[in-house]
Write a protein that binds this ligand. Structure first.
Ligand code: PLP
Length: 404
């Protein structure tokens, strides 16, 4: 059992008031809040050992390098990657996806096929469309059903020896659906295709095991799992990362530079050109430690309770419809009220101190599927409470009364 009141003490922002009301933060799927230990680690870095890494022989540089590389080790262990250098630090999920999509340009030929799902975030659609435009490959889409689940039989039909790559998110940010990625990976491997999983929405809720999944690439952002913005990971199997060309040229990523020929550094440096977000990477490691100290099993069990409670309470409001009703989902509730625009609901409840997201959630194809302009999305984290859900429900009722 989690002591939520004690946990809430770890997050200074949760003491804030918005428009004279206590903040109710239900926009966790867009970014999570930051515990004091993570904030402290950033302050500590800049106060005590700010220095560039991997270059200097001086003490500060060595301290910074050690802390940066320790974070890589922590992340390797957390996700059970086989090798430390299979973890590449990036600026986030979007950056990581673009690195792979750009790198694959030289492996894809005209007429090859790449598969995405209808549940994707725009950052897991647009880079692949750009790849297909560059290479004349064909983009195929796995459709979904009313519950917001992928149609696995349709997926199997799309797979063939022309399939080179499959891109699916682990958990949908718009609906919360948990996709059967183990099966998706296995089926793709049967036809010799590589798989990239967008884990941005999964890593805050689930402890993922890269080796057990046998996934080729897995990407995530620190800021959705109690870490800072501007940091993320690209995990790739060693053999893929060795094959993939570097994304950016610059300092740190070379072995030897002459004007005739440059040879690239070994992994992971080949993909970490320039000065990285050193403080951010170190803080990311601290965030993972923090989440593990709470425990992912505890987090999942508690968030499941919040989801069930919120679903029941919200559905009791007349005319309210929830999108994404798979039994396999995380603590995201996307909803609309008949006749009301999601934006208007969001604006009114913000006046009451509640932060939710409204709009298409960077997933327009899902909104098109349901034929709606967008939804109101409340996404819960382990530091939220049932009382906060009650506040949301009352606020939505009030908004409904004001707007209709
Ligand atoms: C947030 C999110 C992204 C984008 O992450 P950034 O940190 O903005 O790069 C991509 N995919 C999913 C599923 C997300 O939830």
């Amino acid at each position: 059992m989690l002591d939520i009141h004690k946990i809430r003490e770890d997050f200074p922002i949760l003491k804030r008031e918005i428009n004279g009301k206590p903040l109710v933060y239900f926009d966790n799927a867009a970014t999570s809040q930051t515990p004091q230990v993570v904030i402290d680690s950033i302050v500590d870095y800049y106060s005590n050992y700010n220095s560039n890494i991997h270059r200097g022989v001086h003490t500060l540089s060595q301290e910074a390098t050690d802390a940066y590389e320790q974070a890589r080790k922590k992340i390797q262990v957390h996700f059970n990657a086989k090798k430390e250098h299979e973890i590449i630090f990036t600026s986030g999920t979007t950056h990581s996806i673009n690195m792979v999509a750009t790198g694959f340009t030289s492996f894809i030929n005209k007429g090859d096929e790449v598969i995405v799902s209808a549940l994707e975030h725009h950052s897991n659609i647009v880079p692949w469309q750009m790849l297909c435009e560059r290479t004349d490959a064909v983009l195929k889409v796995i459709p979904i059903n009313e519950e917001g689940e992928l149609l696995m039989d349709k997926y199997e039909n799309l797979l063939s020896n022309k399939t080179k790559l499959v891109f699916v998110n682990h958990i949908s940010n718009a609906l919360g659906t948990i996709n059967p990625i183990k099966k998706i990976i296995e089926l793709a491997h049967n036809v010799g295709a590589a798989v990239l999983i967008d884990g941005a929405q999964a890593t805050p809720h689930i402890k993922t095991d890269f080796q057990a999944l046998d996934v080729d690439f897995y990407v995530a952002s620190a800021h959705k799992m109690c870490g800072p913005t501007g940091v993320g990971i690209l995990y790739g199997k060693e053999e893929w990362l060795n094959k993939l060309p570097p994304y950016q040229g610059g300092g740190e990523m070379i072995k030897e530079v002459t004007f005739e020929k440059t040879t690239y550094a070994d992994l992971p440096h080949k993909f970490e050109a320039g000065t990285p977000n050193i403080a951010g990477v170190i803080a990311f490691g601290v965030a993972i430690d923090y989440m593990n100290s709470i425990g992912f099993d505890n987090i999942a069990a508690y968030e499941k309770e919040l989801l069930a409670y919120g679903t029941e309470k919200l559905l009791a409001i007349d005319g309210l419809k929830i999108y994404g009703t798979s039994p396999e989902k995380t603590s995201v509730i996307s909803f609309n009220i008949e006749g009301l625009h999601p934006y208007d609901i969001g604006t009114i409840i913000d006046k009451l101190g509640i932060a939710v997201r409204t709009g298409h959630h960077c997933a327009q194809p899902i909104m098109d599927f349901y034929n709606i302009p967008g939804t109101v999305r409340a996404s819960f984290s382990f530091y939220n409470t049932k009382e906060e859900i009650d506040t949301l429900v009352e606020a939505v009722k009030r908004a409904k009364k004001m707007l209709s």
